[in-house]
Design a binder for this molecule. Structure first.
Ligand SMILES: [Zn+2]
Length: 250
């Protein structure tokens, strides 16, 4: 009785609006699903380049046994799956080839406006994590003194790669191993020309399912490691600027 009266009320007053909302909601479900699944797929992507090899090796955390030895010792032989290999004892290892590029995260900065920049320090948020890139406003994302809309050229014998800084003054690109001449021109600033050496990745990349505690050498690279290229421009007539690189661990 009561629900009937409610239904009739809603059908006479707001059913058109409610239906439209419902249709929108139903339409948004597949869209949201697509966005979420695509971004997860993107995050999990382990792209292989020509010359890269995937190998399966014994897990270095549990030495191929599949269970956590320390846990087993502390709890009287009771086993728990190793978190690195999820109990399989095996880990996929990517052996990089010569065509594997290095990820570059960069920024072009007006050295004078960003006074706090010292050339020995890497700005800590030059690589924005996914969370911050979604949640922060453009203003909050900007690095101090960073210049938007600036073209950056990486020239090598094999051709050239270009990038442009976004509204927050950052840019990103992938560079193959080799020696590059980097050129940046911006109105009111001295042209910067510098060289950049990108070394081939040699260390195997262990694709563990979780962060491991043992067995990892400190200088080893991981799949999402890369370098930061910070370009400091000086006003025309004041100097020729500077390019600095920093290794960015995963
Ligand atoms: Zn393991």
């Amino acid at each position: 009785m009561r629900s009937g009266s409610l239904n009739s009320k809603s059908s006479t007053h707001g059913s058109g609006g409610a239906n439209v909302k419902l249709v929108w909601l139903l339409l948004m479900i597949p869209v949201a699903y697509l966005v979420v699944s695509r971004s997860i797929a993107h995050l999990c992507e382990q792209r292989l380049y020509d010359g890269d090899r995937l190998e399966v090796r014994d897990c270095r955390e549990c030495l191929g046994k599949g269970h956590d030895e320390k846990y087993a010792r502390d709890f009287n032989g009771l086993g728990i799956n190793c978190m690195a290999c999820l109990g399989t004892g095996k880990i996929q290892v990517l052996v990089p080839g010569l065509q594997r590029p290095t990820q570059v995260w960069g920024a072009v900065i007006d050295w004078q406006a960003g006074e706090s920049w010292t050339s020995h320090q890497c700005p800590k948020d030059v690589r924005l994590d996914l969370e911050n890139s979604i949640l922060l406003s453009t203003e909050e994302k900007s690095l101090r003194g960073a210049l938007p809309g600036i073209g950056v050229w990486f020239k090598t014998d094999g051709g050239r790669v270009s990038a442009k800084t976004d509204r927050g003054g950052r840019f990103g690109c992938k560079l193959l191993p080799g020696r590059y001449v980097v050129e940046v021109e911006a109105e009111g600033f001295a042209k910067l020309q510098s060289t950049l050496e990108i070394e081939a990745l040699r260390a195997p990349v262990w694709l563990e399912k979780n962060t491991i505690l043992h067995g990892r050498s400190p200088e080893e690279r991981k799949s999402k490691d890369g370098i930061a290229v910070i370009i400091l421009l000086e006003r025309s007539g004041e100097g020729s600027g500077m390019l600095r690189t920093f290794l960015l661990p995963e």
